[in-house]
Design a protein around this ligand. Structure first.
Ligand code: URA
Length: 240
């Protein structure tokens, strides 16, 4: 439980600088329990607090945990150079509260991307020690063969890697498509593994992280949602 003045609540929730939040309040744009609050010093209990800004309903969240269905041609980098950044797909409040992608997908990769402003969560999820399976559907240039699947399961040697890397599981799902599950998150790993196995990845979609499946979130490309506690639990190694 913590009580905070309204201007600090709004600032922490990503509504701009303290000065900007004060202006919002003074302009009568902020309401709590249906009543406009014009006093920036008015103190509210943050736990469970619902508030409106410009008529839009928000719930106080000490941290946000999001899933985004990333479309192609968006970059995960904080300073995107060739394409818009994934943050541009979210309300601007999330950039103000320093929401970041958890790990990265290539600009042309689509699918499930986690985002959060909780540094401990980002760190834990990104740790190479986490061993959380990530599921990808890869479209291949050449037809998928049983030999390709066997090779990816046995392990392929990629440049700059000390030892061969193997898929946790791999299965053909169409003539030119396979589902591959990895527990490492090396740079361009799926594309490099397919190249090392003599094929070429022409499209890639991440369909699940741990027990959290994109299909169950019901997000169209470009859409995002908050993850509730049960969904976050699916991201723990034991939640798989
Ligand atoms: N592997 C890749 O090659 N690219 C991604 O974006 C994710 C995994």
């Amino acid at each position: 439980m913590s009580k905070l003045p309204l201007e600090r609540i709004l600032q922490g929730q990503g509504f701009g600088t303290r000065k900007a939040c004060r202006r919002l309040i003074e302009a009568g744009e902020v309401a709590i329990d249906g009543a406009t609050v014009r006093d920036q010093h008015a103190v509210f209990e943050t736990s469970g607090l619902e508030f409106e800004v410009f008529g839009e309903q928000w719930r106080y969240r000490s941290h946000v945990y999001l899933a985004l269905h990333k479309p192609a041609n968006f970059e995960c980098s904080r300073k995107p150079s060739h394409h818009p950044g994934v943050l541009s797909l979210l309300p601007e409040q999330f950039a103000w509260r320093d929401v970041q992608p958890v790990g990265r997908l290539d600009h042309d990769t689509t699918g499930l991307l986690l985002m959060s402003d909780d540094g401990a969560f980002i760190h834990a999820q990104s740790s190479p020690k986490r061993h959380l399976p990530k599921v990808y559907v890869a479209t291949t240039h050449d037809a998928v063969t049983p030999a390709l699947v066997d090779l990816l399961l046995a392990g392929v040697q990629m440049h700059d890697e000390p030892a061969p890397l193997a898929a946790l599981s791999c299965r053909q799902i169409a003539a030119h498509q396979l589902e591959i599950v990895l527990e490492q998150g090396k740079y361009h790993q799926v594309k490099r593994m397919l190249a090392a196995a003599g094929n070429h990845c022409s499209a890639l979609c991440r369909t699940a992280i741990g027990g959290l499946a994109l299909a169950e979130l019901g997000l169209a490309e470009g859409e995002w949602c908050y993850l509730d506690e049960a969904q976050q639990a699916l991201l723990a190694p034991s939640g798989v």
